[in-house]
Design a protein around this ligand. Structure first.
Ligand SMILES: [Zn+2]
Length: 167
């Protein structure tokens, strides 16, 4: 399983989803990288911090998008995690990890849920997200983080029945 370190980092400054850009969207579609297949917006989440929310319908099984970040060694990843309270790292293997703390990809804000509507998939060094079922516009996109470095010390606030209670 991928090992996710910590939950949502603080919102990054930058273009994101400023209300001023809404009117411009009617004229020109918002630009996003080709690997971000569906429109996703970042806004405050009832689960934790910021969340990634579907901005359009995502059909079951389809790829939603990816997070790309800085490729580093697992040793470096562990050092960074020890230095920082909020960091987001995926260990791809026993040797390589990706730090997407500074990534602009909206999927980096994906929160954990014990009953997720999407799954995280590591494929050829890429961190990809796929819908487990149809996701409606406005729904928060969630995945099961699986094994984390928190070792059960971080309370889960996903709010679903059967929540395991901790990450
Ligand atoms: Zn939970």
């Amino acid at each position: 399983m991928p090992r996710l370190q910590a939950a949502t980092p603080r919102p990054a400054p930058g273009p994101a989803v400023a209300s001023a850009s809404r009117s411009a969207e009617a004229d020109a579609p918002p630009t996003r990288p080709a690997y971000q297949k569906f429109a996703v917006e970042v806004r405050p989440s009832a689960i934790d911090g910021q969340g990634a929310f579907a901005a359009e319908t995502v059909p079951a099984r389809l790829k939603i998008g990816e997070i790309r970040g800085e490729s580093i060694s697992v040793a470096e990843a562990r050092q960074r995690a020890a230095r920082s309270e909020r960091i987001m790292i995926v260990e791809l293997s026993t040797r390589r990890a990706i730090d997407f703390s500074r990534s602009a990809d909206p999927m980096r804000y994906t929160n954990h849920s014990c009953r997720p509507n999407a799954r995280l998939c590591i494929r050829q060094g890429r961190v990809e997200f796929y819908a487990l079922r149809d996701i409606a516009p406005g729904e928060e996109i969630t995945v099961n983080y699986g094994e984390t470095h928190h070792e059960g010390r971080l309370a889960c606030r996903c709010g679903v029945a059967g929540c395991r209670g901790a990450l």
